[in-house]
Design a protein around this ligand. Sequence first.
Ligand SMILES: [Zn+2]
Length: 270
Amino acid sequence: MIYVGSGGVPTSSKERSTIGGIKEIAKLKLDAMEVEFVRGVKMSESMAKEVGQTAEEYKIRLSVHAPYYINLLSPDKELVKKSNERVIDSLDRAEIMKADAVAVHMGFLGKLSAKEANEIMKERVADLIELMKKQGITKVKLGPETMVKKGQWGSFEEVVEMYKHYKKYLTPYLDWGHMFAYFGGTIDYKKILDEIEKLNLSHINSHFNCVKYSAASKSYVDVHQPIAAKTPDFKPLAEELKKRKLNITLICETPELERDALEMKRILGF
Ligand SMILES: [Zn+2]
């Protein structure tokens, strides 16, 4: 089953709340929505419960995006503590609304080498898992997201390796546009899906958006572009997915949001 949805409330939704967004997703005949906590977790627990009930009623699959302002690798202990709180708050609301995963931008290397960063990140994730257990978070998965820059923690390989360490609590959160940028403007969908298939995930969470080429930095940067930009091209991903029997969610994060989500469904052929 392939679920397609939007990152946040669809643009066409007159009611700008999360609940309004879910109803609009259903009206548009999309299948999923990501609840965006990117600027902070402001939703109460009772509201999260209501959101969950609405999603259940309308049969919409939910996921959550944690705040951007997170750096689990910071040398500043206070910032790590705040980051933990933001991740746990996101996971808590996600658990209540029965979302399947929380996408997290895990952190920046700063002066750390990739090896050092991986070691520290392993400890930080272990700390987060302890906090999850304390809070009684058992169903929703912590989803370290694949990132764009070498200075960010979260290459495809790192994310998969981290998942293998903590399978019960994690899921690799794929961002196709980020990976395309990370690999320098190219992506081998087949190779990535082959790797992912080996993990036997019950569900795969992912974002799809196109990224922008920056002449100044001679690289692709994380400025979201419509699907028509074809950076990366969605069609070969759709073809690769149709060959396989995978359970996957594709959350559209382009500026065209639901219009591109519907375009993705059209390309997928349903
Ligand atoms: Zn993200």
